[in-house]
Design a protein around this ligand. Sequence first.
Ligand SMILES: O=C(O)CCC(=O)C(=O)O
Ligand SMILES: [Fe+2]
Length: 358
Amino acid sequence: MKTPTYIEKLVNRHEITDAAVSAFSDSAQIPEKYIRTEEVLDGVVVGEDERYELPVIDMCRLLDPELSATEIQKLGAACRNWGFFQLTNHGVEEAVIREMKDNTVEFFSLPLESKRAVSVRDNGFEGFGHHYSRANDKLDWAESVILLTQPVEARNMEMWPRDPPTFKHALDKYSVETRNLAFQLLSFMAADLGVDKEALLGAFTGKRQSMAIHYYPPCRQLEKKVIGITPHTDGLGLTLLLHVDDTPGLQIRKDGRWFPVRPLPGAFVINIADILDVLTNGAYRSVEHRVIPDAERGRTTVVLFQEADVEGMVMPLPELLMKGKGQPRYRSIELDEYIKGNFRALADGTRFIDSLKI
Ligand SMILES: O=C(O)CCC(=O)C(=O)O
Ligand SMILES: [Fe+2]
């Protein structure tokens, strides 16, 4: 007899079944597999009444010769202290964003049967499915599609949804625009870090980009405590998140408390992921985050992950360690080994870069 695939799997993705869809649509009866009271209650959530502001960085100011230096400083502080910021005036063409949003909403509204045409395969990472946690055998309250989007020749077109028919076009355009935006941001990060721009950009050039699009159905019985996405840090280099609607849900862990992100209309949420934390030798922080679904409204996001390495290695930028400037805080590891370790850790609920710390 075959053991259930999600026990043998290396990665933490699981097919979405009719049972999952009926749990999502009738949250009167929430199966045990989604109920995660202890996890949800782990850490106080900062309330509506407390004033705090997730840093907001303005691309127009970064590009303005008179304002750039101050804005770069602000960008650096955001990456060091929060590992997260919202980016306004980012310059990504509105039509490209609109097309991406429309297609995403349309995809998730299709019947399960259509979405399952690109269902995640055994031990595969791409395709339609949801995350599960091997640590406690629980499932996330979400439907997601994950795809490798760059380089173009590495795309696995079999896993790209054919419905809606304009989806592929939207994904392609959006993938290019966000990659360009990521590079623009990285050049300002290099200025803040005081490293050679080519060295930081070089670590990202020609590397993979992947995309996760998520739909978190509303959960009308929030007292049952479900999780949209398990607390994690992102494993790759830089992450760019687009809110398709204005439903909140993303929370960032800072000093032991969860800070809900209040999405600004039209902004991207950008965060430092583990490889960039390593590249900067720990100067920029990859910070834990999670999603708690809304009681009333569904929430849809489009998330882009840019990967990076230094000649096939995940390691601090050599420039940061030269001439006795600093001791490495992470040991170097081959990218392939890193990716495998990261998948394993994600499914087990641990953090792989912790094992690289010196
Ligand atoms: O949808 C969100 O707000 C967060 C998604 C996320 O953290 C991820 O895909 O890594
Ligand atoms: Fe994430």
